[in-house]
Design a protein around this ligand. Structure first.
Ligand SMILES: Cc1cc2nc3c(=O)[nH]c(=O)nc-3n(C[C@H](O)[C@H](O)[C@H](O)COP(=O)(O)OP(=O)(O)OC[C@H]3O[C@@H](n4cnc5c(N)ncnc54)[C@H](O)[C@@H]3O)c2cc1C
Length: 379
């Protein structure tokens, strides 16, 4: 049986970001670190916004200073300042960590194995895998012990396309385009133009069940046809994904007392699916607080922001037809940076009141009353 100072379970977005932050701590080189991963193939990329440079800025391959929103009744293209919207391809992320970071940190041992069980024994974590067992003083895990089936999913399929003509505005990322409405579920198109003739065009749905590949593709084709009738394009690759939109309250500690990280710690914001930046911030705090149990027991979205997320999720479930109008009013009456600050849960109560005053009041009131009664009845 092996003895490590730190075990990190899962070499994904959170595992690697935590290791990077830990590597900046004093005495790091003397720490014996185990990184366990089951080796599942990873194919996702990350987009996120930040004010100022991100700690992984060197991995950002494209940034946009402007963001746009579009629906049948309204469209806007605005500066996101002080924020910048960034994109990190998964390949670039994993290449950096596996081929540069890992060799530079010989105190980390990467083992490919599936974790079956974590238990606590004599103030030590015992980690059973399909290969062997390991022992570690500290354990950080991105393996999810607290998943209930979510009521809703954010699910998507995107095509990376290359066009003959230069048709994209590569200074502007399109957050949501609701102009192509083909189905009852909430759906929109998201566009990341990397150059004037290369872009990711993604069909995104918010719904209880995922849809067939054909539906996403139908939506992407309809969008391209509607906005660029003369378009001549080839698909260079595709990506699909599902992100749970869960109202579950997460905890920072797992059943054996291991510290949870990433999705397992509720870092994915229920109403948006964004987690990258939250994972970064959490990794910074965890690394600073290494060995201390006090850091944030409850985690993820908390307080009034949990209530706001619940309202939106209820509305998506019960009144999906009004969602395009909710987002239209949001982007019509609020500046892009104010919306981003709100989604980052960094806004003040006064700013939130202004935002809610700009939204269709009746549906929100209805959901708020429903939420209060559901909460009171303990459902
Ligand atoms: C398709 C997709 C796209 C996303 N895009 C964005 C985005 O653009 N922006 C954003 O902010 N957020 C995005 N997210 C949300 C979030 O950022 C990601 O889910 C993020 O990868 C979560 O990090 P994680 O480390 O918790 O999980 P992961 O990155 O999934 O890492 C978990 C790791 O643990 C390993 N593992 C799992 N079980 C075991 C086991 N039993 N034993 C050993 N190893 C195990 C897995 O193989 C994996 O390597 C996206 C999510 C998905 C699913």
């Amino acid at each position: 049986m092996y003895q490590y100072d730190i075990a990190v379970l899962g070499a994904g977005c959170a595992g690697w970001q935590l290791l990077q932050q830990l590597s900046l701590q004093p005495n790091w080189a003397d720490c014996k670190v185990l990184l366990l991963d089951d080796g599942t193939e990873k194919q996702q990329s990350w987009s996120f916004w930040s004010a100022g440079n991100h700690p992984l800025q060197q991995l950002v391959t494209k940034s946009w200073q402007q963001l746009s929103f579009c629906s049948a009744k309204f469209s806007t293209k605005q500066s996101a300042k002080p924020y910048t919207y960034h994109h990190i391809p998964g390949k670039v992320f994993f290449n950096y960590f596996e081929q540069q970071f890992l060799p530079q940190n010989p105190n980390i041992t990467l083992v490919k194995a599936k974790v079956n069980r974590i238990h606590n024994q004599e103030n030590c974590f015992l980690i059973d895998t399909d290969q062997q067992s390991f022992r570690a003083k500290n354990c950080y895990s991105s393996i999810n012990p607290q998943t209930k089936k979510p009521e809703l999913w954010q699910h998507f399929k995107g095509w990376y396309i290359e066009t003959k003509e230069e048709i994209f505005d590569d200074r502007t990322a399109m957050l949501m385009d609701y102009t192509t409405q083909l189905h009852q579920e909430v759906h929109f198109i998201y566009v990341l133009p990397f150059t004037k003739n290369r872009a990711l065009v993604e069909a995104t749905f918010f719904s209880a069940e995922v849809v067939s590949d054909a539906l996403y593709e139908e939506l992407i084709k309809a969008y391209l046809q509607q906005h660029f009738p003369q378009i001549n394009y080839k698909i260079t690759s595709a990506e699909t994904g599902q992100i749970p939109m869960s109202r579950q309250q997460f905890n920072h500690y797992g059943p054996a007392g291991e510290t949870l990280i990433g999705k397992a710690a509720g870092m994915v914001k229920a109403s948006t699916g964004y987690a990258f930046n939250r994972i970064t911030n959490d990794s910074i705090l965890l690394a600073k607080n290494i060995g201390q149990k006090q850091y944030a027991v409850a985690t993820g979205t908390r307080g009034r922001f949990r209530f706001y997320d619940a309202l939106l999720l209820n509305m998506i479930r019960h009144s999906p037809q009004i969602i395009p109008n909710v987002f239209t009013q949001l982007f019509k009456h609020n500046r892009m940076p104010d919306v981003l600050r709100f989604l980052d849960e960094q806004s003040t109560l006064q700013q939130e009141i202004r935002i809610f005053a700009s939204l269709p009041i009746l549906p929100f009131l209805k959901q708020a009353i429903k939420h209060i009664f559901t909460y009171r009845d303990g459902k």
